[in-house]
Write a protein that binds this ligand. Structure first.
Ligand SMILES: *Cc1c(COP(=O)(O)O)cnc(C)c1O
Length: 223
């Protein structure tokens, strides 16, 4: 199967129910261009250096999403152009993104990462942490951030009941925030959940944005 065919197959399964972020990490520009030429414009990367290099060398109408863990000291490299930062997982990172947004005179769209997996290694806030952090005072100080929703990663397991439960938890956290802290924020609309192995399940559980890599570009080679 070619990248173009894979992309078509994934899009048919999504059937316009969620935005497709094509996760192109580790893949060469030629692979991204094959997806681009088949109409894909939204790409996701998880490393700042790779994201920046691809931004500089590929067509300017691509929307670049940062989907990986982001360190505060690297925000400055992507602040001028990034379309969405999925994994905001600390107050410090929010404040740094806000500062870099100000320098670039733009509001940077972000998602709050929520810890839904069993694994300790995954990043993100708990619901309680979000509710206590998101004071009106903090929110009104973040003038250069547009908080658009939440993001989460399920446990790496074959147990679909568990994955489903974790996605349902993320949807509940979103609903809770939407009806309280963000009740008057029209742009708080996104739930980023679902990868190659579980995006159909994620869409059933309310995902608005899926991050699909290997089903489009093939398995990644990490050495
Ligand atoms: C790599 C990655 C994906 C895509 O994973 P696939 O299983 O290849 O679809 C999605 N989200 C995040 C955060 C990732 O790092």
């Amino acid at each position: 199967m070619s990248i173009q065919n894979n992309l078509q197959a994934v899009k048919e399964l999504i059937d316009n129910r969620a935005l497709l972020v094509a996760v192109s990490k580790t893949k060469p520009n030629e692979d991204l261009m094959e997806a681009y030429n088949a109409g894909q414009r939204v790409f996701g990367e998880n490393k700042v250096q790779e994201l920046t290099t691809k931004y500089e060398t590929l067509p300017k109408d691509i929307e670049w999403h940062m989907i990986g863990h982001l360190q505060s000291n690297k925000v400055k490299y992507i602040a001028p152009f990034v379309s969405l930062i999925h994994g905001v997982d600390s107050e410090k990172l929010l404040k740094t993104i806000n500062k870099e947004g100000k320098k670039n005179n733009r509001k940077i769209p972000c998602l709050l990462q929520v810890h839904i997996a069993e694994e300790e290694t995954k990043f993100g806030f708990t619901e309680e942490e979000l509710l206590s952090m998101l004071s009106q005072e903090l929110l009104s100080s973040l003038e250069y951030i547009e908080l658009k929703g939440v993001m989460g990663m399920a446990t790496y397991t074959n147990d679909t009941d568990q994955i489903k439960k974790e996605f349902a938890t993320l949807k509940q956290v979103f609903d809770k925030l939407k009806s309280s802290v963000f009740a008057s924020t029209d742009s708080f609309t996104e739930i980023s959940m679902g990868m190659s192995g579980d995006y159909q399940l994620a869409i059933e559980e309310g995902s608005t944005m899926v991050r699909v890599g290997s089903s489009i570009f093939g398995a990644r080679d990490y050495h």
